[in-house]
Design a protein around this ligand. Structure first.
Ligand SMILES: O=C[C@H](O)COP(=O)(O)O
Length: 253
């Protein structure tokens, strides 16, 4: 039985005060971590404060990106060592917005996944197809390639600690959700890819989220599917009430 993981991806939204108010408002209302992993991935600037606020609560804090090097002359970047030092638990890696607008490659994603693991940070590794790729029937191939590249060189043990987020690009921020059956089918395909590479146990243990216009109205349907172990949520994670509803759905899944 895999525990659901509901991760908020705030992207480049919220001022510092808004971020603090949000975490203050939810921190004592989060369902038990025995039932659901609740994560907020916030802008890097707010991470130390939010980690402090979330200490001794059921909420975990994540980053939205990081560099793969420990340190160096990389102006504007944040390293895994820095995130570990402030006790960040998760980091989103290879979000389609990073791939599209910041030229993040599969090779960089793979390096970042390895760097996160070596610093005790759980990577949430994103994959997903464009609308053109879906319409051309290339979804499975695209996603399988991204997953293979992202996981290259990991051990069977390491793979079980990561989270994969399947996010069809055409469903992100568009209000168009993949049907629960379609999302389930692609998540199942990803699990098969993991099984081919790392065996049955790793495939059974790895958690695969769906992301793309998830909201309180559709999350129950998505989480009722066997292959979907949680959600990576943008827009609907920005309001307290809505995020708490998503967590509730995760706890009851
Ligand atoms: O990381 C989250 C995804 O990009 C989904 O965003 P969305 O829920 O606003 O569609």
């Amino acid at each position: 039985m895999r525990k659901p993981i509901i991760a908020a991806n705030w992207k480049m939204y919220k001022t510092f005060d808004e971020a603090v108010d949000f975490v203050e408002a939810i921190k004592d209302k989060i369902p038990s971590a025995e039932k659901v992993d609740a994560v907020v991935c916030a802008p890097a600037l707010y991470l130390p404060t939010l980690v402090d606020l979330a200490k001794d609560t059921e909420l975990a804090i994540g980053a939205q990106n990081m560099h793969y090097e420990e340190e160096g002359a990389f102006t504007g970047e944040i390293s895994p060592k820095m995130l570990e030092a402030i006790q960040v638990d998760y980091v989103i890696i290879g979000h389609s917005e990073r791939r599209e607008y910041f030229n993040e490659t599969d090779e960089a994603v793979n390096k970042k996944v390895k760097a996160a693991l070596s610093h005790g940070i759980v990577p949430i590794v994103c994959c997903g197809e464009t609308l053109e790729e879906r319409e051309a029937g290339h979804t499975e191939e695209k996603v399988a390639n991204q997953v293979k590249e992202a996981l290259a060189g990991l051990t069977e043990e390491e793979v079980q600690h990561i989270v994969i987020a399947y996010e069809p690009i055409w469903a992100i921020g568009t209000g168009k959700t993949a049907t629960a059956d379609d999302a389930n089918a692609v998540c199942g395909h990803i699990r098969k890819v993991v099984e081919e590479l790392y065996g049955k146990a790793a495939a059974e243990n790895i958690r695969i989220q769906y992301g793309g216009s998830v909201k309180p109205e559709n999350i129950e349907d998505l989480l009722s599917k066997e292959q979907i172990d949680g959600a990576l949520v943008g827009g609907a994670s920005l309001q307290v009430e809505s995020y708490l509803k998503l967590l509730e759905a995760g706890a009851n899944a």
